[in-house]
Design a protein around this ligand. Structure first.
Ligand code: GLY
Length: 576
């Protein structure tokens, strides 16, 4: 036994080589582990936040660790995203929050922007001619923001930590700055082009007009001051006083419509969520003014009559059935849905009923694609921006929150002295009465601009429960594609048995009735399936990517799985 030890000990060169190799091996292992940890969903036992900003996700989880509720974490994450993800994270926009407490009834918070008092159905016309610029790229395109009231309302109902505490991290990020990631650097470069007309925007988001690069630090001192006013005065710190005055001054100087009364009078609303069932799972999603929950449940009701598990993920049979369900639900979306307060008798109960789902399924031929009509019609352009995040806390309370400025960086207008971007959400209203035409204008009544009205949305924050417990929190940006993306994350988990990350990674399709085109993600499906789909008569078009779903699934052993969407950069799963 002594001899070999002596051999090793006396052979110093070998020993040094051996130790060196060991160190290199250990270093490599360490590097691999670090990469692994960054790219793979990290299971957690207590709580989790998944968002499009790694910094914001960690801020949310810090709140959970400190004893905050899922709603507290959502509020802190949302304010942090307004700093670190300015293309869609916001205080100058609006959105929706679905809260499902572990015990009690789920609730939908609607903080969608509203049309200012001076709005009217023909506001996008000049001498009878529709003006795109006015509708989407002007001060008139700014709706009264809802985010701050919505977050404050949800916190008043279900927050545990002090309001100020939830704003502190965002204030610090805005004041001290944060390191710009590759995703933000890229989007700022693009966004800067539209901001050129607005000096306060150029000054906040560039180095004297030169785009920031990844790795540089972005400080936003005016934004920090606005956040401090919100921290000190609650939502009135935004809707009244200095911040409100700065918004109104910008409006008055540039033909915008928002007044002090519009701001002071803005109300976030609590609504009953859309609740459906799918193969014994409960699906809880957003009611009007979002079209998301209704269309989602309508599609799931149709698909429940097929054995998608047996047909398999990505098979032509599955894709065909999904496409036909999408076509039908999006036609109903266009026909019926708008702000419920302005559209009496929306046929919500009928649209989400199993009977109606069965009726629609009976119209689907399994051997041929249906035709959408009118053939020539296309929808107006809708931005793929917006952002979604998911939260679950240790008690298994869950929040799904999707909010937006409409286009990336919204209107591109930073309020001078207030440091935040204004939305261009009025662009989600229809173009004008009777203006439906083959070029994609829509003139149906349900979604025309009117004072105090909320514009139609596709945002679909959704929570899935099984046997009285939360199973999944999901949502995505992507304009009209949102509803289909969210549905596919659910099918991937429920029918195809995927974990959170696989469900997010899997290829996506999108059909929206008109144009009669099935979009599919590049590399997402086998050429064989796509060939069979063409044979059935579907018109196919390839897309680089669709959406950015940020998902949590409660897996085996009550472990939380994070599904982070790698289609976009800078996001993060944080759990503990
Ligand atoms: N602005 C995108 C949406 O509300 O769906």
């Amino acid at each position: 036994m002594a001899a070999p030890r002596a051999t090793v000990a006396t052979n110093e060169v070998d020993l040094i080589n051996f130790l060196h190799k060991l160190c290199v091996f250990a270093l490599l292992l360490g590097m691999m582990a670090a990469t692994f940890a960054a790219n793979v969903p990290s299971p957690a036992t207590h709580g989790m936040v998944v968002s499009q900003s790694d910094i914001a996700s960690h801020i949310g989880v810090d709140v959970l660790i400190e004893g905050g509720s899922a709603v507290d974490a959502a509020v802190a994450t949302a304010f942090a995203l307004a700093v670190t993800h300015p293309s869609a994270g916001n205080i100058g926009g609006g959105g929706f929050l679905i809260y499902r407490p572990a015990n009690g009834e789920p609730i939908a918070y609607d903080f969608r922007e509203v049309a200012p008092t001076g709005s009217h159905p023909e506001m996008w016309l000049v001498d009878g001619e529709y003006r795109f610029q006015r509708h989407h790229m002007s001060h008139m395109a700014v709706g009264v923001p809802g985010t701050v009231r919505g977050l404050h309302l949800a916190w008043q109902d279900a927050g545990k930590l002090p309001w100020k505490r939830l704003l502190e991290p965002a204030i610090e990020l805005a004041e001290e700055g944060f390191t710009i990631g590759h995703g933000l650097a890229r989007s700022l470069q693009r966004g800067l082009r539209r901001m050129r007309a607005y000096p306060a925007s150029v000054s906040q988001f560039s180095k004297n007009g030169e785009p920031y690069e990844a790795g540089e630090v972005l400080k936003q001192s005016d934004l920090a001051a606005s956040l401090i006013r919100i921290a000190e005065h609650g939502s009135d710190g935004f809707y009244k006083g200095r911040t409100a005055e700065l918004i109104v001054a910008e409006m008055q100087a540039n033909g915008g419509l928002i007044t002090m009364d519009d701001l002071a009078g803005y109300e976030a609303k609590k609504r009953s969520p859309i609740v459906g069932s799918y193969r014994g799972y409960k699906v809880i999603s957003m009611p009007p003014p979002s079209s998301g929950g209704i269309a989602l449940v309508e599609m799931l009701n149709i698909l429940e009559g097929y054995d998608l598990k047996e047909e398999g993920f990505g098979s032509a049979n599955t894709l065909h059935r999904m496409t036909e369900a999408m076509r039908r639900a999006y036609a109903d979306r266009a026909l019926y849905i708008g702000d419920p307060e302005f559209n009496e008798g929306l046929p919500v109960t009928e649209l989400i009923s199993k009977t109606y789902g069965n009726k629609l399924r009976a119209t689907i031929r399994l051997d041929a694609a249906s035709k959408s009509s009118p053939d020539t019609f296309t929808w107006p352009a809708e931005s793929a921006e917006t952002t979604h995040f998911s939260v679950i806390d240790a008690q298994r309370n869950a929040v799904a929150l999707t909010y937006t400025l409409e286009w990336g960086f919204g209107s591109g207008i930073v309020v001078p002295g207030a440091g935040f971007l204004l939305n261009n959400e009025m662009g989600d209203f229809n173009a004008g009465p009777g203006l439906t035409n083959p070029n994609g204008l829509i003139g149906t009544r349900a979604n025309l601009a009117e004072p105090g009205k909320r514009m139609l949305s596709s945002m679909s924050p959704t929570i899935v429960a099984k046997d009285g417990k939360v199973l999944m929190v999901t949502g995505s940006p992507g304009g009209r594609t949102i509803i289909n993306t969210v549905m596919q994350t659910i099918l991937n988990v429920v029918d195809h048995g995927m974990n959170a990350q696989a469900a997010v990674d899997a290829g996506r399709i999108h059909h929206q009735w008109l144009p009669d085109t099935l979009y599919y993600e590049k590399h997402g499906f086998s050429p064989d399936s796509l060939r069979l789909m063409r044979k059935l008569g579907h018109q196919l078009e390839e897309r680089q990517r669709q959406g950015a779903a940020e998902v949590i699934v409660v897996g085996e052993g009550n472990m939380l799985q994070g599904g982070l969407d790698g289609r976009v950069l800078d996001g993060g799963v944080a759990g503990y």
